[in-house]
Design a protein around this ligand. Structure first.
Ligand code: AGP
Length: 617
């Protein structure tokens, strides 16, 4: 959950400054402390401290290193072992300050390894698991092996997850990068500069050419070159495919918006347009696997799980088979006695790195080798794709804000496209009818554009209106429960308010007792088959003094008229559009959460205690 970056160059580049800018672009991965190390005249120069990058930079000028320095490593931390303090921030060094290591992940056996190193006289300064690595390498170098073998032998002793970048004071242009379960990408400007990073945006201003490191691969980076080896067969270099990234730098930078979250909400229409172009063949492949499956599960975490809840609803409508949705952290516990061999699992993750999800699908494959994994992710080459039989890539582009926004809408859209492929294959609807669903999907980018253009003031007004209320509900029925839950998650995450998305029917069985005169309740009410029942639920809350805010379609009459405040989504009130309402309704709730965060003086891009990618259990 940390961000790591490395650069080695033969050009006259300000490596400290480049490293600083790179970790700023990775700050969404963790932001409680950071550090940079450069190599200069056979010495390692380190600057690090606790706090956000910009604050630290103001204090200690993080990028101020000697001109002749040609190599740097940089790290932005999300604390796991040891609180966010200067001493615990990365890089970590060996006893002689010759070896520097930055790490993303968790080493599970570090206590045993630390005891072993302590018994050999090594001195530790921090409480981190990471610090074991420089000491292991230092110990191995005493045996006269070269730096690569010293790293290989060190990581072979480690259990757990790591993306590591390592440099040595006596190797002026060498960075060693190695990974297991934590992402690591190598970027290259041939003959000039080589980079490594936990995410592509870190080096995107300089190169779009990159290699994606797989588990147990090690890369030796020198200025403008890179060699790859397997950790478990490290004598011979191996060939890897070079990837060309299509993302633009614009997409990874704020481009005039105050926050990434806001920019990424406004990017939703284009993200959806790109995702609408995903090829029919890959969608059809997905659809066929679902048609032939005996048992189907859908699993994910957080926002991706709510996208899964919406997607399951849409797919089931045309598939005619039940899909069981299980949070990935509970997947094994729930299915350990019942996962059948002909099961198909849809796994959804924007990052493709969420450890609980990777573990769930790995377990499923180990338990029943014939199980098929169909994954949906935003990141080509991410861990999830290595464990999948079929892959669909959402075309959201880089999402930097910790809060998932455009990835949610594209995840629901891509599942909707799979659903319509199923409808075509099963021939349960006429061509004409299916076309109307497609037309509805294709109109969504414009619906969101129109909403974002005309409704911001209303959302700000509602935020000011809700300001005093520390808690309230989003209530909904049917597919909109997914919308309500995602709205609740966004508010918890960025506005630090415990706001729940709940079933409107179920709310009568307890939560209704919270309602007093003026207590706000937001009803999510697209005109689908649940609408009339929802009107009944609304009345129950209204008659107890609840202040009703509703989210409805443009030409809604009944619920709109019954509400104190109404947010209208400019879409037709027909069944074709209503089926996909999570895609058009959720942006309103994302915007609500965004402005609620601002109202409470919170930074929506850096919610407290969170990181974008959760790679620890
Ligand atoms: C969403 O706003 C959150 N940051 C979080 O719930 C996230 O959706 C979850 O951690 C899953 O991430 P993934 O999609 O990368 O697997």
């Amino acid at each position: 959950m940390c961000g790591i970056f490395g650069i080695t160059t033969n050009q006259n580049k300000p490596v400290g400054k480049i490293a600083l800018e790179a970790i700023k672009r990775l700050e969404y991965r963790g932001y409680d402390s950071c550090g940079i190390v450069t190599q200069y005249e056979s010495q390692l120069l380190v600057k690090k401290d606790a706090g956000k990058i910009e604050e630290i930079n103001q204090r200690i000028k993080l990028d101020d290193f000697p001109n002749g320095s040609r190599l740097a490593l940089a790290h932005t931390r999300w604390a796991t072992h040891g609180p966010p303090t200067k001493i615990n921030s990365h890089p970590h060094l060996d006893c002689d300050d010759k070896i520097a290591v930055i790490h993303n992940g968790i080493l599970e056996n570090f206590i045993e390894l630390k005891e072993e190193m302590l018994s050999k006289g090594h001195v530790f300064k921090s409480e981190t698991d990471t610090e074991i690595i420089p000491h292991l390498i230092e110990e191995n170098l005493k045996k006269n092996v070269d730096l690569k073998d010293a790293v290989v032998n060190a990581v072979k002793k480690c259990k757990g997850a790591y993306g590591l970048a390592i440099c040595h004071a006596d190797y002026p242009d060498t960075i060693i990068a190695v990974r297991r379960e934590s992402p690591l990408i190598v970027g290259i400007e041939e003959g000039k500069t080589t980079y490594c990073a936990s995410d592509i945006p870190a080096f995107l201003p300089y190169t779009r050419n990159c290699y994606i490191l797989e588990d147990d691969e090690i890369a030796i980076l020198k200025a403008g070159t890179v060699e790859f080896y397997d950790v478990y067969n490290s004598n011979f270099p191996k060939k890897k495919d070079l990837h060309h990234v299509e993302w633009s730098m614009d997409a990874a930078e704020k481009g005039g918006y105050e926050h990434f979250m806001l920019k990424e909400i406004y990017e939703e229409p284009d993200a959806l347009r790109r995702t609408l172009k995903v090829t029919n063949d890959s969608l059809k492949d997905f659809a066929k696997s679902l048609l032939s499956a005996e048992n189907i599960y859908i699993t994910a975490a957080g926002t991706s799980f709510y996208a899964a809840l919406a997607g399951k609803f849409i797919i089931t409508k045309f598939l005619g088979k039940y899909i069981q949705a299980i949070e990935c952290s509970e997947f094994k516990t729930e299915l350990i006695n019942s996962l059948e061999k002909d099961s198909v699992i849809i796994a959804i993750s924007q990052s493709g790195e969420t450890i609980d999800l990777i573990e769930a699908i790995r377990w499923a494959k180990d338990y029943q080798a014939s199980v098929k994994i169909l994954s949906i992710t935003n990141i080509v080459g991410s861990s999830i794709t290595r464990h999948s039989d079929k892959i669909l890539i959402t075309q959201a582009g880089p999402e930097i804000g910790v809060a998932a926004t455009k990835t949610f809408v594209t995840q629901v859209l891509i599942q909707s496209l799979v659903a319509l492929e199923i409808a075509k294959l099963r021939k349960i609807e006429s061509q004409n009818e299916i076309q109307k669903y497609y037309d509805a999907l294709h109109s969504i980018p414009e619906v969101i554009e129109r909403f974002l253009t005309k409704s911001v003031d209303l959302i700000k007004y509602i935020v000011r209106n809700l300001e005093k209320n520390l808690n309230f509900f989003f209530l909904a029925r049917g597919i909109s429960i997914a919308t309500a839950k995602e709205g609740g998650l966004k508010l918890k995450e960025v506005a630090c308010r415990f706001i729940e998305g709940y079933s409107a029917a179920h709310a009568k069985h307890g939560p209704i007792s919270l309602v007093r005169e003026g207590y706000p309740i937001i009803f999510i009410a697209p005109p689908d088959e649940t609408y009339e029942r929802l009107v009944g639920n609304l009345m129950e809350f209204k008659s107890r003094g609840g202040k009703i805010i509703s989210l409805v379609v443009e030409d809604d009459k009944k619920i709109g008229d019954l509400s104190d405040i109404t947010i209208r989504i400019p879409q037709p009130g027909d069944k074709y559009h209503s089926l996909f309402s999570p895609i058009t309704f959720v942006p309103a709730l994302q915007l609500l959460a965004y402005y609620a965060a601002l109202e409470h003086n919170l930074d929506p891009d850096k919610p407290l205690n969170l990181a974008k990618t959760v790679t620890v259990h």
